[in-house]
Design a protein around this ligand. Structure first.
Ligand SMILES: O=C(O)C[C@@H](O)[C@H](O)C(=O)CO
Length: 270
């Protein structure tokens, strides 16, 4: 199996909290992005003290209450399944803070981290403030929820988006990359993909490759898997009959998403 593909671990952390993914620089090629997915039973509590990392807590499914000890956001989260295709609520919390997540119903919670030194205010990112962005044409159509895009001032380096790609379509396509710190041409951002499919027995294909093909991996990605993109182009293809969801976390030295399309395929853009 490719070292870029991560299967769910399902490890019990404490009463009612289980770890589904834990992507760090110790188990991946990533330096800037760290990602955790946790499942929390109703009433159970997850606590964490941040060091030099900021976090975006995404109520992926279910209802949660999030506090940094000063501000509390009760009963946030909007959906039982990501495939309801409506935006959800998230909370940004800055470095050197502590936070708690309590599940009000059975919940799956994404914890998206990146390096951070400068403290910023805690911020509720409301579902109501997130619009649906439609990108692409033909079988390249997909819908994007920009949770923490680069023009949102809440964070120091984190970028978070979620993408819905219908059956038979492609996304992150034509292939693009963002692995050179060479602005204004291109920014350097690592990226993680947390994938789900509907129905759940589905799968998608994701290729991660560089121009010189020193990295060229094509992965079969199943429901709940993660794909790590330390560098390179990273298109996703969705087979007929299945809808794809993925949550992307990006971070790098500068908080700008400036991508470079693969010159061989950019003619596809009309
Ligand atoms: O537009 C898309 O298909 C989503 C992707 O851009 C995804 O968020 C990504 O690859 C970011 O670099």
């Amino acid at each position: 199996m490719s070292h870029l593909l991560k299967k769910p671990v399902r490890q019990q952390l404490e009463n009612g909290v289980s770890l589904v993914h834990d992507i760090t620089s110790n188990n991946s090629d990533l330096e800037y992005v760290h990602f955790k997915m946790i499942d929390v039973e109703p009433g159970a509590l997850y606590k964490e003290a941040l060091a030099k990392q900021e976090v975006c807590v995404v109520a992926l499914t279910g209802k949660i209450t999030v506090t940094d000890g000063v501000e509390t956001f009760e009963n946030i989260g909007t959906r039982a399944s990501v495939f309801e295709k409506k935006p959800t609520d998230s909370v940004y919390i800055s470095n050197d803070q502590s936070f708690e997540v309590k599940a009000e119903s059975k919940a799956r919670v994404a914890l998206c981290y990146s390096r951070s030194e400068k403290q910023l205010p805690t911020k509720l990112i409301k579902a109501d403030d997130i619009g649906a962005e439609h990108r692409g044409q033909g079988s390249n159509k997909r819908m994007v929820h920009n949770i923490l895009p680069d023009d949102h001032p809440a964070a120091n380096s984190l970028l978070v988006v979620e993408v819905f790609t219908e059956s038979g379509n492609w996304s992150s396509y034509p292939p693009h990359k963002h692995d050179q710190d060479n602005l204004p041409e291109e920014s350097m951002l690592e990226e993680t993909y947390y994938h789900e499919q509907d129905p759940g027995q589905g799968f998608v294909f994701q290729r991660v490759y560089t121009d010189d093909r020193s990295l060229d991996e094509t992965m079969t990605v199943e429901n709940g898997d993660m794909v790590i993109v330390p560098k390179g182009y990273h298109p996703v293809g969705v087979p007929e009959g299945y809808t794809s969801y993925y949550l992307n976390v990006m971070a790098g030295p500068k908080r700008i998403w400036k991508f470079h399309n693969d010159p061989d395929h950019k003619w596809i853009i009309k």
